[in-house]
Ligand binder design. Structure first.
Ligand SMILES: [Zn+2]
Length: 122
């Protein structure tokens, strides 16, 4: 693989990253709005009125739809130009109830976790 090809992969990846953000940003807005409503309503019990349950249910539905759309759009566009995989990395977790590692989608990776191609333009 020559130097030119390496540069092309990172340039193409940055283009896809921008395209992904353009595609999902409206849904990120919906997600943030849904969480804001859900947090401001707080915990609901059986005694709470329908006027609280309705916006809470709508906020929950909006969050689910937005997350689904973001995953769908991201999974389609946000891929490494070299190996066509979504760039992932392992992230360590340490908390009161959890210790371990999980796979996370890298939002601004230096290199692809699957094939090692350089994804960030220097
Ligand atoms: Zn790759």
């Amino acid at each position: 693989m020559g130097e030119t090809e390496l540069k092309d992969v990172s340039t193409e990846f940055q283009r896809r990253r921008t395209a992904t953000w353009r595609g999902v940003r409206a849904w990120v807005g919906v997600l943030v709005a849904g969480f804001t409503v859900a947090v401001s309503i707080g915990d609901l019990g059986p005694g709470d009125p329908l006027t609280l349950w309705l916006p809470a249910t709508a906020a929950f539905a909006a969050i689910m739809i937005a997350m689904f759309r973001i995953i769908r759009i991201g999974g389609r566009i946000y891929r490494c130009p070299s190996c066509d995989e979504v760039p992932m990395s392992w992230s360590g977790m340490l908390g009161p109830g959890a210790i371990g590692a999980r796979k996370m989608v890298e939002l601004n990776p230096d290199t692809c976790g699957s094939c090692g191609a350089r994804l960030r333009v220097r």
